[in-house]
Design a protein around this ligand. Structure first.
Ligand SMILES: Nc1ncnc2c1ncn2[C@@H]1O[C@H](COP(=O)(O)OP(=O)(O)O)[C@@H](O)[C@H]1O
Ligand SMILES: Cc1cn([C@H]2C[C@H](O)[C@@H](COP(=O)(O)OP(=O)(O)O)O2)c(=O)[nH]c1=O
Length: 190
């Protein structure tokens, strides 16, 4: 089973992935961007926010995704694969950028993934207050510097992205305790 944990920056994705690792010691734990050798280089370029062109940025994420699917996901589809982000983030961030049409975003993601998508998507959903508090507690990267309104619009776009990709979505209140969130994810996997 291939599942993705989605949510905006600071929603608690890495925290939950760590917990799931304890529950599924044999699972393939992975992430986008940056799970492969090429992906690590792409991640550095793209998170430095140097790209002037939003299309270039989109295509860099897609290149990472194509490599990730080919190297990590496709060979392990018979195992439990738990991914921190997926094509859902790719579609959501691109929808908000507004420079690429919805149809092109979906088609290009299909091209990159070969139609391999998570069977279940968990959205860790944050409130504005909690997001602002968590952002204030960390050193921000290029994308996080765009601010809380921007990130909240991405959160809505994540829901829309799962609809466009026709994926099963489980929404979880990310302000709950770490333990309760893990329990809810596990309940929906088993
Ligand atoms: N359920 C939670 N309640 C309170 N704080 C949390 C919770 N989950 C994560 N955090 C904290 O929020 C911050 C961001 O979490 P992280 O897992 O790194 O998010 P992401 O991977 O989505 O960016 C960390 O400081 C983490 O300890
Ligand atoms: C996968 C993906 C991520 N992103 C963004 C979301 C994040 O801001 C960043 C990836 O960083 P990430 O490591 O997921 O950040 P965090 O752990 O703080 O959540 O790239 C896109 O813009 N497009 C994409 O296709």
């Amino acid at each position: 089973m291939y599942i993705a944990i989605e949510g905006i920056d600071t929603a608690g994705k890495s925290t939950q992935i760590q917990k799931l690792k304890e529950n599924f010691p044999d699972a393939i734990i992975t992430k986008e961007p940056g799970a492969t050798a090429i992906g690590k280089e792409i991640r550095e370029i793209v998170l430095s926010a140097k790209a002037q062109s939003k299309k270039a940025e989109f295509l860099l994420f897609l290149a990472d995704r194509a490599e990730h699917i080919k190297e990590v996901v496709e060979p392990n589809l018979d195992k439990m694969i738990i991914s921190d982000r997926s094509a859902v983030s790719g579609v959501a961030y691109a929808l908000i950028q507004g420079e690429i049409s919805e149809t092109a975003i979906v088609h290009l993601n299909r091209f990159a993934t070969g139609g391999i998508y998570p069977q279940k998507v968990f959205l860790l959903k944050l409130t504005k207050e909690e997001l602002e508090y968590r952002l204030s507690q960390k050193e921000l990267d290029g994308i996080e510097l765009r601010g809380s309104e921007y990130l909240l619009s991405i959160q809505d776009a994540i829901i829309k992205a799962t609809e466009l990709l026709n994926l099963e979505l489980v929404t979880i209140d990310a302000t709950n305790s770490i333990e309760d969130i893990t329990k809810e994810i596990l309940k929906n996997i088993e």
